[in-house]
Structures are given as C-alpha cells and as structure tokens.
Design a protein around this ligand. Structure first.
Ligand code: NG1
Ligand code: ZN
Length: 518
C-alpha cells in the first residue's frame, strides 16, 4: 500500500519530467535547484528506508553549500553522524533517476540490496487480500515454516496435536525431549557431548532456537552463529550452502570433533557436520540423518514386538552409499521419488512408519493412524514387561518429538540429539555408519530448461533424444559412476548430479555430463 502511494504522490506532485541523469556524488546530489524536486521527494523515501533498516535516526540536509544560489543539493547523514556508505549512494542514484512508474521496482531493489526485511509490507498485502474476501486471520508474526504447519494442525484438531500457540510448540517438543533424555540420565556418557554449534543462516531459526533453549534445562550447550543480527540471509551460510559447497559456513569458528548444524532461512532444513581430527570437513547430510533415524526406529519397533512396517523415502540426490547401507545393512526398504517434499511425504504414507529425507536436509517421519493406534494401545496394555513398556513409551514419546507435518530443523535437531545421546555417539561414530561416495552438484544455464524431461524418479532423461545414451556412455567410463540431470523446479537452471570413486573423478564426470546438457 505504501509503495503504490509513493508512486501516486510522486506522479502527482513531484514528477520527474526531465530525462537528465543525476548522480549522488561525494556530497550528495548537487545541481540546479529546479532539477531537484523529484530527487528530494525520493530522498524522503530513501531516508525512511535507511532509518528503518538501521532502526535509528538519520539526517537529510538540503544545502547549496559553497555553490551559487541557483544551485542546491541534498545529502543523507547516517546514524553515527557519518556519510552514507557507498552502497546507499548507489541506491540513491538509482532511485533519483528511474521513471515515475519504475519507482516501486527501484524501492524493492533497495530492500534487497540492503537486505531489508520487506516481509512486513508483504504481510500487510496478505491481510488486505484476506479481508477483501471476508476472511478472518490470526497474525502470528514471525515464525519458522514448520511452526506454522504445526499451528495449522493444532487448530484443526482442536489442540489434539498440541496447543495452537508458538509457546505450545516449544512445550510439546521440549517435554518429549526431556522425557527421552531423562530416561537415561544415570548413564555416564563417554562420547556424546552436549556442545553443539548452530548456524542459523541469518534466518528465523536462530531466534526460535533461543526460545526453545529456555525449555531444555541445559541438556544442550548450544552456541548460535549467523543469527541474523548482521549477515545476509543464506549468504555463505545455511544448510544449502554447507551441503552444496561442502564447507563450513561464514563466521563459524569450530574445534575438531564438535557437532555443528546449519538450518536454512525458514528452518525447515538441517544438516550436521564437524571437523575430524585432521581438520577435514565432514558432512552429515539429510541422508546421514535419515539412516540414523530409520535405523534407530527400526530397532525400537523390532524390540517393541509391534507389527509395524518401516520404510525410507529418498530422491535421486541421495548418496549411493546411503541407499546401499540402509537396504543391505539395516534391511529397511527404500523408495525413490522425484525431487520435492510433496512426493516424499506422499510416498512415506505407504508405510506404518515412513521416514523421508532429501539429501539437502529436509525431512521428517510419518506415523500412520494404524501405527499411532497400535503404540497407544500397547502403552495402555497391562501385561507388559517393564523392558517392553520402556520401549513402547519411548516410541510413543518419539512421536511427540517429531513434527510430522513437515521437515523441521528444530524438531529434527532434537531427534538427532536424542539418538546420538542414546547411542553415546560423537559425530565421528555417527559418520562411520557408511562412507559417502564423493559427489558433485552443478547448475547449468540453458535457453529453455524444460526441453529436458525425465522418468524413473528423475534418474533417466526422456528428451532430448540421445542425451541419456550420451550420459550413459560417459558414466560407464567411471568406477562407481552415477549421474543424472533434471530441470530445477525452483531456479532457471538444469541441475547435474554426479558420484564416482574419487572426488577428482566425480568432478570430471559432472563436468563432462554438464557439457552434454549445455
Ligand atoms: P529444485 O530447484 O527443483 O532442484 C530444490 C531442491 C529440492 C527442494 C526444493 C524446494 C535440491 C537438489 N533441490 O528444488 O530438494 O528442497 O528446492 O525448496 O536440493
Ligand atoms: Zn526452507
């Protein structure tokens, strides 16, 4: 609403009617006074944006300084009394020179260049849309994506899934976590340490983690990095960066052997990692989390004596070693589906207990109605041995710990922590379950990514004709080679994935396949 008004008032009262380019120089805009009207109007707009972004007072000076009387000028003074930084000078120049109709786009680009949260205005637009249709809404303010999923279910089940408040979310998760930890408080732990470093991706997760921590009775000793007070959202940090680049996020200082985790911006993904004793970065991605969780639940189920089937759902991006480990070692059935949570979630519903994870760290566990009922009934049963009872109670508390609605960085983190604690594992012991095949993801820009169509859960190309056999030929030259390409559903690129026996060969393979796409 503000933005439309800014354009309307500008056009009406302070139009830009000369096409002369004007630049924010060392001391602001300087030119003939008669050419400055629209510029000064726009500096009013910029001043508000700057002040809001700095959460502080800034200044606007109108002066001809040492120049003749017919001249004039305008400059901004930043919050500590100094000149505005160069990036703002650039924004000022852009804003001063766009046509009256391009003002909205220019303002939005300043929001993004200066990393300003424009969600408040978008939230207002949303509310306008709801009200226009006679709808009602609850404005929860800032939440993580999974928190909203949780609130929706709670609301529609009249609290059956938990209290429909943000606090209710923390209470539900933390209670389950504390119960699961307490059960084994008496054991002395040799390898599991409560120290954990978390990279919040400069998104909403860090703030929410701080609130959750208040409920965890110091069972975790968490240090938070990239909490959004300084850096840019997902810039050289966050789950995707760490997973794809296979390195530590910006600003994180870690000691060897300490568990680290990265969330993504809206906290529905999480990946773990650590530096080993040689200082080498080791990733514990969605596949490693999936196998940890599936293995653990599988064991619980089998010890519980309940007749429940458990399966794991992956995508083509799952590391080949993880699929091999889960099918051959853990003997858990694995299904492969196309990329995208909706496919994984849907497939996971085929099992009594369906674990699904994308390699990038988005995933959760689904318990079917049958599974929930069986666990509940068993828990109420009177003829259980105390060993069995303990296992059934564990399983039941696990259900509370897991946000079944969607992948959830906070819930998944607690889940991983509980399992590691139960096994008394450090990250090295976790990582030893299987060794990832070296892998590489590339993006290729093409004219029209949709000429590529795929089948077999995106593992084989259908069109353009000949591409798949070309890929097959290349792959056959590599030991343990596997590669596939698919058009991204979220970016205008084709993604190339490759695995092989060594990192060097993997990179070569990915590049060679990429060239076929290009
Ligand atoms: P695309 O752009 O279709 O590859 C990416 C992720 C998906 C999923 C979506 C939605 C990879 C390779 N792809 O999809 O897994 O998370 O974004 O965020 O990580
Ligand atoms: Zn996300």
């Amino acid at each position: 609403a503000f933005l439309e008004k800014a354009v309307a008032v500008g056009k009406d009262k302070h139009p830009r009617n000369k096409n002369k380019h004007i630049q924010y120089g060392t001391a602001g805009f300087r030119t003939l006074a008669e050419e400055l009207d629209h510029v000064i109007y726009r500096m009013g707009i910029l001043a508000v944006i700057a002040s809001k972004s700095r959460k502080a007072t800034i200044g606007v000076m109108i002066t001809a300084s040492h120049n003749p009387e017919k001249d004039n000028g305008v400059k901004l003074i930043d919050c500590h009394g100094e000149m505005m930084p160069a990036s703002w000078e650039k924004s000022a120049t852009v804003l001063a020179n766009v046509g009256d109709d391009e003002l909205i786009a220019a303002i939005k680009s300043i929001f993004s260049a200066e990393n300003i949260d424009c969600s408040e205005q978008l939230s207002q637009s949303l509310q306008d849309g709801v009200v226009v249709m006679g709808g009602e809404y609850i404005d929860f303010g800032l939440l993580s994506t999974p928190q909203l999923h949780y609130l929706v279910v709670c609301t529609n089940t009249n609290g059956g899934y938990g209290q429909p408040t943000e606090e209710g979310y923390y209470v539900k998760l933390s209670k389950a976590f504390l119960d699961l930890c307490q059960e084994q408080d008496s054991r002395s732990l040799k390898h599991y340490k409560k120290k954990l470093y978390v990279d919040g991706a400069n998104g909403v997760g860090a703030e929410k983690l701080k609130l959750l921590l208040k409920h965890l009775n110091n069972l975790l000793d968490i240090e938070i990095f990239n909490d959004g007070t300084e850096g840019k959202l997902n810039y050289q940090c966050g789950a995707d960066y760490v997973k794809v680049q296979q390195k530590l996020p910006l600003g994180m200082k870690v000691e060897g052997g300490v568990r680290c985790a990265s969330y993504d911006g809206d906290a529905d993904r999480i990946v773990y990692y650590y530096l080993d004793q040689d200082g080498i970065f080791r990733l514990l991605d969605g596949d490693k989390i999936a196998t940890l969780v599936a293995g653990y639940l599988q064991d619980l189920v089998s010890r519980s004596g309940l007749d429940l089937n458990l399966g794991l759902v992956q995508t083509a991006y799952a590391n080949g070693s993880s699929t091999q480990y889960i099918t051959q070692q853990l003997k858990v059935p694995v299904a492969c589906v196309p990329t995208g949570v909706k496919h994984l979630h849907h497939k996971a519903q085929d099992f009594d207990i369906g674990v699904y994870f994308e390699a990038n760290g988005h995933g959760t566990v689904l318990f079917s109605d049958t599974a929930m009922k069986k666990v509940k009934e068993a828990k109420q049963g009177s003829s259980l041995s105390s060993d069995k009872r303990q296992i059934i109670v564990r399983l039941s508390t696990m259900i509370d710990l897991i946000n079944q609605t969607v992948g959830d960085a906070l819930s998944d983190m607690l889940l991983v922590e509980v399992i590691l604690r139960t096994h008394d594992w450090n990250p090295g012991l976790w990582n030893k379950c299987y060794t990832d095949l070296p892998n590489r993801q590339l993006k290729v820009k093409v004219k029209d990514r949709n000429v590529i169509s795929t089948t077999d859960a995106e593992r084989k190309v259908v069109t353009p004709e000949g591409l798949q056999s070309a890929i097959d030929n290349i792959v056959s030259e590599y030991k343990q080679g596997r590669s596939f390409v698919r058009p991204s559903g979220t970016e205008d690129v084709v993604r190339v994935y490759a695995e092989a026996d060594t990192q060097e060969n993997t990179d070569k393979l990915a590049k060679a396949v990429g060239l076929k796409v290009y």
